[in-house]
Write a protein that binds this ligand. Structure first.
Ligand code: ATP
Ligand code: MG
Length: 252
């Protein structure tokens, strides 16, 4: 579904991604973990087509088509969706209107207001957001957790194929984490050919979203791949000790 080949990206003459590679097949869940500032959010924004980042070389291929030069809205239409690490507040545009406009644009048709309201009221209940929050400006005055739930609400309505979750778990209390995790997992199980790329620092969201692969990112690329046990090892030992213990294991 998503292949990234030898991608090198810089911002302000600083190289952030350096020969980065990943291959995400349909119906798989990948996790990327890595210390602060290694470029995880940069990766997610580059996949989405953020123009602030300069691609020096390499290819981003989505469903067998190179998308390096395609604008963000086209990538979204093709089914790529990013849940932001820090969702922005947009004063003056209601949440309802923003999601309906996005849906119309994605489907390239006018969705009837009655059908839309029915759909969004059902989905917002599932993620535990109130009707009042749908009428407010996008994320305006939302708590950290409510913003994350709002990202999941958008996802449920827009029905993407590749979901990138950039620290969806940060700032969520245990109950909210459950709501968010279960809603995304339910979507993943119900829809065909959906894949998820989870960026996180902690394995707790993986109690709900069971990954097929866990990768460690360092120096602008993925340096290690394992299964969910790698995520637990990192939590227990930290990045440096995971490396040391692995090298001891290999020498034994
Ligand atoms: N717009 C920008 N201008 C200058 N530097 C930037 C910009 N965006 C990212 N960087 C730098 O790129 C590096 C990678 O940032 P990024 O946000 O991708 O890290 P991250 O792995 O997501 O970290 P965290 O785990 O803290 O979220 C950082 O050193 C950051 O300061
Ligand atoms: Mg980040």
């Amino acid at each position: 579904m998503l292949q990234i080949n030898n991608l090198t990206v810089e911002i302000d003459n600083k190289k952030i991604l350096d020969n980065f590679n990943i291959d995400i097949k349909p119906n798989t869940i990948h996790v990327i973990m890595g210390p602060n500032g290694v470029g995880k959010s940069t990766l997610s924004k580059v996949i989405m087509g953020d123009k602030n980042y300069n691609i020096l070389s390499g290819k981003i291929i989505f469903n067998n088509e190179e998308i390096n030069l395609i604008p963000t809205y086209e990538r979204a239409r093709k089914g790529i969706f990013l849940c932001f690490q820090n969702p922005v507040e947009i004063e003056g545009v209601s949440n309802n209107e923003m999601i309906r406009t996005a849906l119309n644009s994605k489907l390239d048709k006018h969705v009837g207001i009655y059908d839309f309201i029915k759909q969004i009221e059902k989905s917002s209940k599932e993620v535990k957001l109130t009707d009042e929050m749908l009428k407010r400006g996008v994320n305006v005055g939302f708590s950290g957790g409510e913003k994350k739930k709002n990202e999941v609400l958008q996802l449920k309505i827009l029905k993407p194929k590749l979901i990138i979750l950039d620290e969806i778990d940060s700032g969520l209390d245990v109950d909210s984490l459950k709501v968010v995790g279960e809603n995304i997992m339910q979507y993943y199980n119900e829809e065909d050919n959906v894949s998820i790329l989870i960026i996180t620092h902690y394995p707790r969201i993986l109690n709900y979203l069971k990954p097929d692969y866990v990768h460690v990112m360092k120096g602008g690329k993925l340096v290690k791949t394992g299964d969910i046990t790698l995520a637990y090892d990192i939590e227990k030992l930290g990045y440096d000790r995971v490396d040391i213990i692995e090298s001891i294991d290999k020498n034994e």
